[in-house]
Design a protein around this ligand. Structure first.
Ligand code: ADP
Length: 368
């Protein structure tokens, strides 16, 4: 049998708060963790009834539980239909988990109990449950929007298709007013269609964080592919179009699809909002170690962005120059920023109205 001194040393070496209680419920021994957890000193605890550490409402009931335990003692967790609570000296309650082990000493039974503060664990579990519910809601909303968007696309295609047919005069001649109205119908339908298509692109399953494919890619290749895609549009507007970057590949671990989608939006905007001058796509490495990043800079000499639009530019449906005659939906930058964040990066911009803008996408360059 352990001496009382050894027993005390043993209790002190245990990471949990430990109490030894006799069959009458009196605390016989404790360790320092109990003092820290409950705010009482050892001398206050030893000799007191263990029920002092429980909420007043549970004390009476506990006396009965304790007596029954002593009649049939075995090692187990303290079972309960309700969350077990401890009470600190300050009166503050906190959730605990308690395990019990009987220790026969002569004809008496001592009860060794380990008490664990489970506040943090319960909070983590609560947050995990809340996240699951949120995720489930998002998935459902996504599913709903996805099918709704598909459903909307079919009649919208019919509207713009028939408007175009009428405008071509295939169903007979139109007067000027009819032509104007039809053009408005056609433009509105196209605008709506563009909105829906962009929303659908955001909802593509591979753009979900869980489904995204992270692979080793060459940032320079991705940028040059997007520039090629946009070259025709740029030269049709008489814009000089440049790709500027090192000769060697710029490796990064990222999603090729997402990166391409972001660059299409940024380069597409630069071309759309620039009527003369040039659009440059520059790619470069910056930072070191954990902070190493690849930057894609898209610079134009276009209309620029008014100061009052700065704060809101990445909001969904926000368009900086409402009266602008350029077609658009105000979704592209929102989507791009979302994707950049999912890739661990971000998009920033600087601009001078009437002189041009620079959008910079930074992506971490980890694990390459
Ligand atoms: P959209 O171009 O379809 O309107 P975006 O979300 O791509 O939507 O952009 C939001 C707004 O930001 C645009 O309406 C435009 O006012 C402004 N913007 C974006 N890129 C540029 C740019 N390169 N130059 C000037 N304005 C820009």
């Amino acid at each position: 049998m352990l001496s009382a001194q050894n027993l005390e040393l043993f209790l002190e070496s245990v990471p949990d708060a430990m109490l030894i209680v006799d069959s009458g419920g009196q605390i016989a021994m404790t360790n320092g963790r109990v003092e820290e957890l409950f705010g009482y000193s050892k001398s206050e605890l030893v000799g007191s009834q263990v029920e002092m550490l429980m909420p007043a409402a549970h004390r009476k009931r506990h006396v009965g539980f304790r007596e029954r335990y002593v009649e049939a003692p075995r090692a187990r967790n303290m079972a309960s239909n309700y969350e077990l609570q401890g009470v600190r000296r300050s009166g503050e309650q906190f959730p605990v988990e308690i395990s019990l082990s009987p220790v026969p000493v002569g004809s008496d039974i001592l009860i060794l109990s380990a008490i664990r503060d489970v506040t943090e664990r319960l909070e983590r579990e609560r947050r995990a449950r809340a996240n699951e519910v949120e995720l489930e809601k998002l998935v459902n909303v996504n599913r709903f929007l996805f099918s709704l968007s598909h459903e909307l696309r079919t009649p919208l295609n019919a509207i713009s298709g028939f408007a175009a047919t009428l405008l071509m005069g295939l169903s007979g001649p139109l007067n000027d007013e009819q032509q104007d109205h039809l053009k408005t119908i056609e433009q509105s339908a196209e605008h709506l269609l563009a909105l829906i298509n962009q929303l659908l692109s955001l909802m593509q399953p591979e753009f979900n964080s869980e489904n995204m494919i992270i692979e080793k890619i060459d940032g320079r290749d991705a940028a040059s592919a997007v520039c090629k895609m946009m070259e025709r549009e740029a030269s049709a507007k008489g814009l000089s179009f440049k790709l500027d970057g090192p000769e060697k590949p710029i490796k990064l671990k990222s999603s090729h699809r997402m990166l391409t989608q972001i660059l299409i939006n940024l380069v597409g905007n630069a071309v759309k909002y620039t009527d003369r001058g040039d659009v440059t796509v520059r790619i470069r490495r910056c930072g070191r170690g954990d902070g190493a990043a690849v930057q894609f800079e898209v610079t134009d000499t276009g209309i620029g962005i008014p100061d009052e639009a700065r704060e809101r530019l990445f909001e969904m449906f926000y368009r900086a120059n409402r009266d602008q005659e350029k077609e658009g939906t105000g979704i592209g930058l929102f989507i791009s920023q979302q994707l950049a964040v999912r890739l661990g990066g971000r998009i920033e911009f600087s601009s001078a109205q009437g002189q041009g803008s620079k959008f910079t996408l930074s992506l971490p360059q980890k694990g390459v």
